[in-house]
Ligand binder design. Structure first.
Ligand SMILES: Cc1ncc(COP(=O)(O)O)c(C=O)c1O
Length: 491
């Protein structure tokens, strides 16, 4: 037995072998020893990033990045900007798929993380109650006064899995309804409520859950009549395609669900924490009080993965009915101090810097400036969304010359024109955006919520230049031909 010591490290006496020394059993030496120096490691091996990824991780990512010329060497980031190895500045309109709500390296979040590490807390003993989870739960719940309790996990999909399990257990019913085209994460439970075949194909059998068209109350009522529905899960604004639930839908759906003793789950993983100009997107509509709310992404401050499933007291009390069931739903890393500190710092910054109000005002400005372009460009068909979650949709042009080009792209694969816009936005204008889902002619803008007028100007100026190029038959159509060839080769 070893005696406790304040020093770090293994306390049994053993002679460390050098990392390159062969093992006595003849096995290979353990690589990566000789002390850890992050700076040195990055300096020595950072340039191998694409090769390493291709060799050891999902090889299709570097392949795709090389194809569209997105294979940059980003070196540094701050706020809504990052810089490549040559010092060029890029504007981030993607926010790491929404996790960078406060931009990168917000000083308050960063300090909170330094502080929590320096405090050497007795974290994750698992058999005590630490203060930070309770404090974060209290702060979070203040934004949805009709909810009482929180379960902390580690990712958006885990927040959803938790909500699905809690809804099933609390109602004693098996079936979850979800909306066509929904995205709720990619673990098996969340995948069962995913509205896209592309994600589901090949992973069957999934849970026997049922899609309903977004906004269709009759379809919802018909399913509820069967008496086996635990809940409807819905994104108040769908991430795929940036589609809002129609006005009045959430309230009416809630009434229907409750009449049939089923629950409303709001998936606010992407839309929550100010993204849409309200703290939660469901709050846009008066009288909506979901039974369970899923939160993740931006609560992390962009640093520490974290999720929260907020719910009503009776649901939690039902799941955790007795002491025997205390761990019936739990996670090893759930409520860890770093994640809790990041979450608390994020909520504090959101209040101090009026992040929600900025998202609303800057989002309005960006949307109105983009909407003004719809009449100018025949390839631009719609600009929609709320706050800083904006969809720009392209559509079939009217003029003959453009129409033939559009048709050529559409015949090869839907979504290629949107890709043709995303590429020069990055290559020529150094602005990172994304196509809002496979086979969609929609670009989604979800920048950090701290962007301002200068960033709006920069985006609109760049977007206008790209649209001018598209309408003048510019060089980007040559790239379109490359995309067409690629799409045909991939069939
Ligand atoms: C609405 C929604 N729910 C759930 C998820 C899954 O989150 P994660 O990727 O953290 O598992 C996402 C991710 O994009 C999302 O947009």
């Amino acid at each position: 037995m070893t005696t406790p010591s304040p020093a770090h490290g293994v306390q049994s006496v053993s002679v460390p072998r050098s990392s390159t020394e062969p093992r006595p059993d003849g096995g290979p030496a353990t690589p990566g020893g000789k002390g850890f120096d992050l700076g040195r490691l990055l300096a020595e091996r950072g340039a191998e990033r694409y090769e390493l990824h291709a060799k050891h991780l999902n090889h299709q990512l570097p392949r795709m990045l090389h194809t569209i010329g997105f294979d940059k060497f980003y070196e540094r980031a701050e706020g809504p900007y990052f810089w490549d190895a040559d010092g060029h500045e890029y504007l981030d309109m993607l926010a790491g798929f929404g996790v960078m709500g406060l931009g990168r390296h917000h000083p308050v979040v960063r300090k909170a993380l330094h502080d929590v590490l320096d405090a050497s807390l007795a974290d994750l003993t698992r058999f005590d109650c630490q203060p930070l989870p309770g404090l974060l739960a209290e702060r979070l719940l203040a934004h949805s006064p009709h909810l009482d309790r929180v379960f902390f996990g580690n990712s958006g999909t885990e927040a959803v899995e938790t909500a699905l399990k809690f809804a099933r257990y609390a109602t004693g019913r098996p079936r979850i309804l979800y909306c066509a085209h929904a995205f709720h994460g990619l673990t098996t439970g969340s995948l069962s409520v995913n509205g896209e075949a592309g994600f589901r194909d090949g992973f069957a059998p999934l849970l026997p859950d049922t899609p309903v068209p977004l906004g269709d109350l009759d379809a919802l009522a018909a399913e509820l009549k069967k008496g086996d529905v635990a809940a409807l899960i819905v994104e108040p604004i769908q991430g795929k395609g940036v589609h809002e639930t129609p006005p009045g839908y959430l309230r009416a759906a809630q009434e229907l669900l409750h009449r049939h003793k089923a629950l409303l789950i709001a998936d606010e993983v992407q839309t929550g924490l100010g993204r849409t100009g309200d703290f939660y997107a469901y709050q846009h509509e008066a009288g909506v009080e979901p039974d369970l709310v899923c939160v993740a992404k931006a609560l992390s401050g962009g640093y520490v993965p974290v999720s929260a499933t907020l719910g009503k007291e009776w649901i939690f009390k039902k799941v955790y009915t007795s002491m025997d069931r205390v761990l019936v739903h739990s996670a090893s890393f759930g409520s860890n101090a770093q994640a809790m500190a990041a979450g608390l710092a994020v909520l504090s910054v959101m209040a101090d810097e009026r992040i929600v109000a900025n998202a609303r005002a800057t989002g309005e400005l960006l949307k109105s400036r983009l909407r003004a372009l719809v009449d100018r460009y025949e390839l631009l068909s719609d600009v929609r969304g709320r706050g800083l979650m904006i969809g720009i949709e392209f559509g079939r042009p009217t003029s003959l010359k453009l129409r033939s080009r559009w048709t050529m792209l559409q015949a090869a694969r839907k979504g290629l024109f949107a890709q043709m816009v995303v590429v020069p936005l990055l290559q020529k204008h150094r602005i990172l955006t994304q196509v809002s889902g496979d086979h969609l002619e929609v670009i989604k803008l979800i920048p950090p919520l701290i962007v301002g007028e200068r960033d709006v100007d920069r985006f609109v100026t760049a977007f206008t230049a790209v649209m001018d190029d598209a309408h003048n038959g510019g060089l980007m159509w040559d790239f379109g031909k490359t995309l067409v060839k690629q799409a045909i080769a991939n069939r």
